[in-house]
Design a protein around this ligand. Structure first.
Ligand code: ATP
Length: 483
């Protein structure tokens, strides 16, 4: 995003024109709060999820004492036993206070805590409650979970919910994972997947949707070490956004005040981003210290023992203090410091919110010289090469003289490893403009020198620099540059 505030309408238009994001069921007039990703959008979001998985699950940065971090993944069902949501507190408490406006022509529905910032449907648009004729109801509690029925009977016993977060699948599988993968504390379990919330006011493009994807980690640790891990994850997660091209001045961690904290939370930091549609930074991710709350809740509601037995500590323990009394030994094994409920640090990020931030940050308008040297306006998406939906485009300069054959061969070679495009349509300048709009970092042109001398030009999207590289080095060069 250039320093001037981005006009969201321009971004939305580009996203539609170039196949990043469409309104869901657009041909039927859409459905509020639901979005589809097109061919470019799906690549961008997939790259975001892959990079998150690579950087957080496969290769997380070393821990606070330089130690290697243990991380594993899961992929849980969207619909779980409804008792999960009783234990987690979502059935009783996952709600927003909602206010209706009874005024004819408005009939708006607003979140009570966002009244002052939600536009009213009446024209000229003001915020809810600002017209004299506004007739606002008292706030009512509205549960955000989508309800459905499992099986053929639509009665109370068949009610189930679409998960409103991915986290509970991780907690419910804590014992399965620790028993099956031999992981030792501290360790993290990660999951990427869809979540559903019947948001009262879906708005700001994809920012607040009713169906979205989360990238969540539950990091389990010893209670005595939990503050250290909370700080670690806060820093790791904040820094990650800057390594992928978000301007660090716009990524703002905000420690929640005591009055804001969920009752079980020992500390929560929201990592916020200055989106162009708001004067206030908005949440990209929450990093929460959840203490032993979730596992304890699931232990109580399921009756299953989810406490962690520290085998290493037990091996090192001086057992002579039990004087060979097996009962005392058993009792000790069931109690702290050998058995305890781990504390949890939860970095919970939204894949769609980060995708939106990446799109906002990438959007630039500038001027470049066309073939005749005349300045020409262009829209260019400056995606970080790791995130760019298309890594390189291959152009034969003309469709003859052996150029298409070389270009097609190179295209086929590159596409084994990268998402690349082949474009032989129109003047080179127009082909560049098309790639600029989808943020392709490198354009490779096959010209007369390729046919005679075996070298191609690689043009850099941002610097516009063109350099010649031997055909045989192209794959290696692209690999180096998109890493
Ligand atoms: P908000 O206050 O914006 O409603 P939240 O605090 O309820 O968000 P969490 O429950 O902490 O959000 O969810 C973790 C992450 O999931 C958020 O930081 C965000 O990136 C993403 N997320 C939550 N709700 C939505 C939504 N309606 N649309 C898109 N992403 C969402």
């Amino acid at each position: 995003m250039s320093s001037a505030k981005l006009d969201m309408e321009k971004l939305v238009a580009l996203c539609r024109r170039r196949g990043f994001i469409f309104q869901s069921s657009e041909i039927y007039g859409g459905i509020n709060g639901f979005w589809d990703y097109g061919p470019m959008g799906v690549e961008l979001k997939k790259n975001i999820k892959d990079v998150w998985w690579n950087d957080m699950v496969r290769n997380p940065p070393p821990g606070p004492d330089g130690q290697e971090i243990t991380m594993v993944g899961v992929d849980c069902s969207l619909i779980m036993n409804p008792r999960v949501w009783e234990a987690s507190g979502h059935v009783g408490g996952f709600s927003d206070p909602m206010i209706d406006c009874k005024t004819e022509g408005c009939k708006g529905r607003f979140r009570a805590d966002q009244l002052k910032s939600t536009p009213c449907p009446l024209k000229p648009s003001k915020c809810a409650g600002e017209f004299e004729k506004c007739q606002l109801t008292e706030p009512r509690v509205f549960n955000l979970m989508f309800k459905t029925y499992v099986g053929a009977l639509e009665d109370a016993s068949a009610v189930a919910y679409l998960r409103p977060e991915t986290a509970q699948g991780i907690f419910a599988n804590f014992k399965n994972v620790s028993d099956s993968s031999r992981v030792k504390l501290p360790f993290g379990i990660a999951q990427i997947g869809k979540a559903f919330r019947n948001e009262i006011n879906p708005r700001n493009y994809t920012f607040r949707s009713r169906e979205f994807e989360q990238m969540e980690i539950e990091f389990f640790c010893h209670p005595d070490e939990s503050m250290k891990w909370y700080q670690y994850w806060r820093d790791v997660r904040k820094n990650w956004y800057s390594t992928l091209g978000l301007n660090s001045d716009r990524v703002l961690p905000r420690e929640q005040g005591k009055e804001e904290l969920a009752h079980y939370s020992i500390g929560t930091t929201d990592i916020e981003y200055m989106f162009p549609f708001s004067d206030e930074p908005q949440e990209l991710e929450g990093v929460a210290h959840r203490g032993a709350y979730d596992l304890t809740q699931h232990m109580t509601h399921s009756g299953k023992d989810l406490a962690y037995f520290d085998e290493l500590a037990w091996q090192k323990a001086d057992k002579s203090v039990y004087g060979g009394d097996k009962k005392k030994e058993q009792a000790a094994k069931q109690s702290p410091p050998y058995k305890f409920v781990p504390h949890v640090i939860e970095p919970s990020a939204g894949a769609d919110r980060f995708t939106l931030a990446v799109l906002c940050e990438a959007y630039h308008e500038d001027k470049v010289a066309d073939a005749s040297g005349k300045q020409e306006e262009r829209v260019v998406m400056r995606f970080h090469p790791r995130l760019a939906p298309v890594k390189a485009a291959i152009f034969p300069l003309v469709n003859k003289d052996g150029m298409p054959e070389i270009a097609e061969r190179l295209y086929r070679e590159l596409k084994r490893d990268f998402n690349v495009q082949y474009d032989d349509g129109g003047a080179i300048g127009r082909r560049y403009r098309r790639q600029d709009e989808i943020g392709t970092p490198y354009c490779i042109t096959i010209d007369g020198d390729t046919v005679c001398g075996g070298s191609v030009t690689i043009r850099d999207r941002d610097t516009l620099e063109q350099r010649r590289v031997q055909l045989s080095d192209v794959v290696g060069e692209i690999r180096k540059m998109v890493k």
